[in-house]
Design a protein. Structure first.
Length: 357
């Protein structure tokens, strides 16, 4: 019996010792794996930051980006060699910090060779209850890229605001949508505002580039015959499906939101900022502006996946809940109405003909 107890104690002690021996090894593997993931992530970020540069790419930038990518690969391999690990990690940290500082030094600007549709910024002036909006875009389109530029100024009286509408524009499945807010001042009098990336001549949009200070932020303040009709009638590659919803809430909330938009467009005239694919885009910017109202909806992943924003507003009773969301969405689809209205001066009235709020 004593022999058995001694054997059991020895066995337990042996297993405990092995466990203690294995613990540092496991921790070492975990730390190395975390360092490897950090090197991979920062290398990918650094390669993009160098390659994109300050709103343009060159052969020299591409070459430097490739060299940094190669350096990151060397560091990744070097993590497995104790002799070189410390030196490589310190060197990598210094180079990465230099890239980060250079990237942070890139400044937004309003003075670039802009595409024609983004050449003018809107701004607002205030006089009592009236807000005069300058440079409201109202292009006459023959096709998506063939148009006659036109702008006008108009005064809106806050006491005539009747409601706020949300347009959701889909082109790549249900999760992603471009959102546009439109303010209804009655008498077929609507002002639409589309928050977008401001592109330079011959510059296309890239979701990836939108993370790397490549685009300034622009608030397109436009007639619905411009910014909505462009999407329903003229964009064909890919075609876009547009849905129109009336947002429910106190009219005072709508007035505060309108003024927040006007103050923001004035601010962007004086102090440009960068567009960001995730943090400052067409939908997150709306949510941040709407926080001026005490009863704003809480933040949700459905704001990041903007295609679900209408459903999220429905869940919070900010859309018409007298019908199911599926029925509301079906009624909200306006492409057919917009195509029929096309050049009509009453375009805004026609797209609301079957859903007059």
């Amino acid at each position: 019996m004593i022999w058995k107890e001694q054997n059991l104690r020895q066995l337990f002690a042996s297993k405990t010792l092995k466990g203690h021996e294995q613990s540092p090894l496991i921790m070492k593997i975990v730390k190395t794996a975390l360092k490897a993931l950090l090197v991979i992530a920062t290398t990918l970020w650094g390669v993009c930051a160098i390659a994109f540069g300050d709103s343009a790419s060159s052969d020299s930038q591409t070459g430097l980006a490739a060299l940094f990518g190669l350096f990151g690969l060397v560091v990744l391999v070097g993590l497995g060699f104790r002799r070189w690990r410390k030196l490589l990690c310190w060197s990598y940290s210094v180079v990465s910090a230099g890239i980060l500082l250079g990237w942070l030094s890139i400044s937004p600007s309003n003075d670039r060779p802009w595409q024609t549709d983004a050449a003018k910024l809107a701004y607002a002036t205030f006089a009592g209850d009236g807000v005069t909006v300058h440079n409201i875009r109202n292009f006459d389109y023959r096709s998506e890229f063939d148009y006659q530029p036109a702008y006008y100024d108009k005064t809106f009286e806050l006491n005539k605001l009747q409601g706020v509408d949300l347009f959701a524009v889909y082109w790549m499945g249900p999760a992603i949508a471009h959102t546009i807010i439109s303010f209804d001042f009655g008498d077929n009098n609507h002002l639409a505002i589309s928050i977008e990336a401001r592109k330079e001549l011959n510059e296309g949009y890239s979701t990836i580039k939108g993370f790397f200070r490549q685009y300034e932020l622009i608030y397109f303040v436009a007639d619905e015959r411009d910014v909505i009709r462009l999407r329903t009638n003229y964009r064909k590659n890919p075609p876009e499906q547009v849905y129109l919803y009336r947002v429910h809430g106190p009219i005072e909330d709508g007035k505060r939101l309108f003024l927040a938009y006007m103050n923001k467009i004035n601010e962007l005239n004086q102090k440009p900022v960068f567009y960001n694919t995730l943090l400052d885009n067409c939908t997150t910017a709306i949510w941040f502006l709407a926080r001026i109202n005490p009863d704003h909806v809480p933040f949700s992943w459905k704001i990041l996946l903007s295609g679900y924003l209408p459903e999220y507003l429905y869940e919070h009773q900010r859309l018409d809940t007298n019908v199911s969301f599926a029925e509301l969405q079906q009624k909200a689809h306006i492409n057919r109405l917009a195509e029929a209205a096309d050049h009509s001066p009453d375009f805004s009235m026609h797209i609301r003909a079957e859903n007059p709020h």
